[in-house]
Ligand binder design. Structure first.
Ligand SMILES: NC(=O)c1ccc[n+]([C@@H]2O[C@H](COP(=O)([O-])OP(=O)(O)OC[C@H]3O[C@@H](n4cnc5c(N)ncnc54)[C@H](OP(=O)(O)O)[C@@H]3O)[C@@H](O)[C@H]2O)c1
Length: 200
């Protein structure tokens, strides 16, 4: 079983940790302020989730990054080589409070994100639903809630697909970052906020 790290303990990082905790999967969650600031949060999440430093979280086999777009360069700076590990990009190129889309010069946000993490195998996932919905029970309306994923490395996608299945969602492969990343990207794609349930 892969070790999981989380960089960003806000709405999405915590929602992801909640889905892992529900399935009893161990993970280390981190933020910019250090593990002491996360004591109450990890206590509420349950015993499988530990607080760590950004560096500790970044050492995991699979690392989910959920940080405000403009803070990504700082959050990812100075970390050890990614060395072919799997990074889940849960980010969207837009920021509160203005919600002005970032000018990506025509590129897909996950490709811009991937440039910040040379040597990582980037899979885009966990970014298309609002955090409260992501955190809620994936068993809904007689079926299982859908999560989309995309990426350029099929083996990395298979591992993320297995994780999505293990935490109780139905994963749908959207293809490459250029194609699938764009479909699920907010703003710009048609899939964000589509809260879909697969029945049967
Ligand atoms: N909120 C949603 O419903 C939603 C839905 C889909 C996608 N997204 C995307 O997910 C990403 C995160 O959004 P969010 O709503 O979770 O944001 P958020 O609640 O503001 O949390 C952002 C997190 O990033 C951490 N962070 C900032 N700078 C850092 C650094 N240098 N090192 C380590 N951690 C750092 C913050 O830690 P500190 O507080 O310690 O600084 C905080 O835990 C964004 O790209 C957003 O577009 C959000």
């Amino acid at each position: 079983m892969s070790i999981i790290g989380i960089i960003g303990s806000g709405a999405i990082g915590t929602a992801f940790a909640t889905t892992l905790a529900r399935a009893g999967i161990a993970a280390t969650i981190s933020n910019s302020r250090g593990p002491d600031s996360l004591k109450e949060q990890v206590h509420a999440l349950g015993s499988s989730i530990k607080a760590g430093t950004r560096e500790q979280a970044a050492r995991a086999d699979i690392v989910l990054v959920a940080v405000n777009w403009g803070k990504l360069p700082a959050a990812l700076a100075g970390l050890p080589d990614w060395d072919n590990r799997i990074i889940i990009d849960a980010n969207n190129p837009i920021e509160a409070p203005l919600f002005k889309p970032v000018d990506l010069k025509g590129r897909v946000s996950s490709e811009v994100f991937a440039d910040l993490m040379p040597g990582a195998r980037v899979v885009k996932a966990f970014n298309h639903l609002r955090a409260e919905i992501l955190a809620s029970d994936p068993k809904a309306d007689g079926g299982r809630r859908v999560l989309f994923y995309s990426g350029n490395d099929n083996a990395a996608k298979a591992e993320v697909a297995a994780l999505i299945d293990r935490i109780g969602f139905v994963g749908i492969d959207l293809g490459s970052l250029a194609v699938g990343g764009k479909l699920a990207q907010f703003p710009g794609g048609p899939l964000p906020n589509q809260n879909l349930v697969k029945v049967g």
